[in-house]
Design a binder for this molecule. Structure first.
Ligand code: ZN
Length: 156
């Protein structure tokens, strides 16, 4: 049976900026082996014991991937609905049926809108300061669903 692992974390980038921390929402719980967390983190966390702490560096390629220039595209404002409010930082889904990622508006210049479909953390080397809070056997239901249940996992 795969394991469910919970951990507290503080995520920083290479400039030492805190990007996310579990102190705001409690430990994260994940089911091992299904890609619920980024691969570079999962391979280090598996096998750690409750209470164990570690500082884990994950290179961009093993985190959210390197930046893909092909996902940065320029479109015309006229391609948006006439009443659309366009602001830098807005995120929207272009064509869900084609499996495209959500795109973020990164630049507005005249009639031209620059969209970026990369994950916001793409291209960034990340550091996770973690402490294991829970290790247990996964339930049949969690394995069937492909994710962890309970506080810090999916609650449904
Ligand atoms: Zn479920």
């Amino acid at each position: 049976m795969p394991k469910v692992i919970g951990f507290n974390y503080t995520l920083t980038n290479s400039n030492n900026e805190v990007l996310d921390t579990s102190s705001e929402h409690g430990p994260l719980l994940f089911l091992e082996g299904v890609g619920q967390i980024i691969p570079g983190l999962e391979e280090k966390v598996i096998g750690m014991a409750v209470g164990e702490k570690a500082k884990i560096d994950v290179a961009a390629a093993d985190a959210y991937g390197n930046k893909n220039d092909e996902l940065v595209i320029k479109v015309q404002k006229s391609q948006f609905p006439a009443d659309a409010q366009l602001n830098i930082g807005d995120v929207f889904q272009v064509n869900q049926d084609q499996g495209l990622p959500p795109f973020t508006i990164v630049e507005l210049q005249g009639e031209e809108v620059t969209l970026d479909g990369n994950h916001p953390l793409a291209g960034q080397d990340l550091t996770f300061d973690i402490e294991i809070t829970e290790v247990r056997e996964a339930t049949d239901e969690e394995v069937a669903h492909g994710h962890a249940h309970g506080v810090g996992g999916l609650q449904h």
